[in-house]
Write a protein that binds this ligand. Structure first.
Ligand code: AP5
Ligand code: MG
Length: 212
């Protein structure tokens, strides 16, 4: 199965994708994570990417498309988290033959609270929330033991800009998949466990893990 997870900044795309990866062995490809890795390379290109991310703007379509394609290789069971993020990017992956696009619908006021309490591990793959999804030991990633940090683009002014970019460029991607009858809208406003339960239900995935 090939999935796309869409939604506003901080709607929980990474959190859902991480769980599907752990429980059902999906290959989780986060566009933001790939770009943040590029941004820390001390090259002119890295610096340009960092400036775009820190300002809450999108990187060029071609660039992210090539990174994603390289990461997917010949995998057949994956989740695209944060890609496509413009109609142009969606057109670029017509030949990927994705099965479904999930859209996490969350009101903006909830999202601001989620983003301001978010912490991510220094390795960049695992996400937490100081109130809603705390690590077992404060400040330390449960999975890889690295320090938890706050993303620079989670500052209030940048969050505002990311929302603006989302409405202008990414919301039309949901319409694009709606027209193709691939879109499934999920209420993402509940707790992490509730949202995950809804996602599993629509994908008809069950787990033996009873607490989830
Ligand atoms: P990216 O990293 O993809 O950022 P984003 O889309 O803004 O989404 P986030 O990662 O902020 O949120 P999320 O939906 O994953 O939420 P999460 O699960 O962490 O992209 C960053 C930047 O890279 C972009 O701004 C752009 O510059 C660039 N970029 C990326 N993709 C690109 C593309 N395709 N083209 C061009 N440029 C691109 O959850 C958020 C918080 O809430 C966490 O603390 C979490 O623990 C908590 N939480 C999650 N679910 C719940 C819940 N149900 N209840 C309570 N708390 C919850
Ligand atoms: Mg994310």
């Amino acid at each position: 199965m090939k999935l796309i997870i869409l939604g506003p900044p901080g709607s929980g795309k990474g959190t859902v994708a991480e769980r599907l990866e752990q429980d059902f062995s999906f290959f989780h490809i986060s566009a933001g994570e790939l770009l943040r890795k590029e941004a820390i390379t001390n090259t002119l290109q890295g610096k340009k990417i960092k400036a775009l991310i820190d300002a809450g703007h999108l990187v060029p379509d071609e660039f992210i498309h090539d990174l994603i394609q390289k990461k997917i290789g010949n995998k057949r069971k994956y989740i695209l988290d944060g890609f496509p993020r413009s109609v142009e990017q969606a057109r670029m992956i017509e030949d990927f033959q994705v099965n479904k696009a999930l859209y996490l619908a969350v009101p903006e006021d909830l999202i601001v609270e989620r983003l301001s309490g978010r912490r991510v591990c220094a390795q960049g793959h695992h996400g937490y929330h100081i109130k809603y999804l705390p690590p077992k030991k404060a400040g330390i990633c449960d999975i890889d033991g690295s320090a938890l940090i706050q993303r620079k683009d989670d500052l209030p002014a940048v969050i505002k800009e990311r929302f603006k970019v989302f409405h202008e460029q990414t919301a039309p991607v949901a319409d694009y998949y709606q027209k193709k009858k691939m879109l499934i809208i999920i209420d993402g406003s509940g707790s992490p466990d509730e949202v995950y339960r809804l996602v599993r239900k629509v994908l008809q995935l069950e787990t033996t893990n009873t607490f989830k």
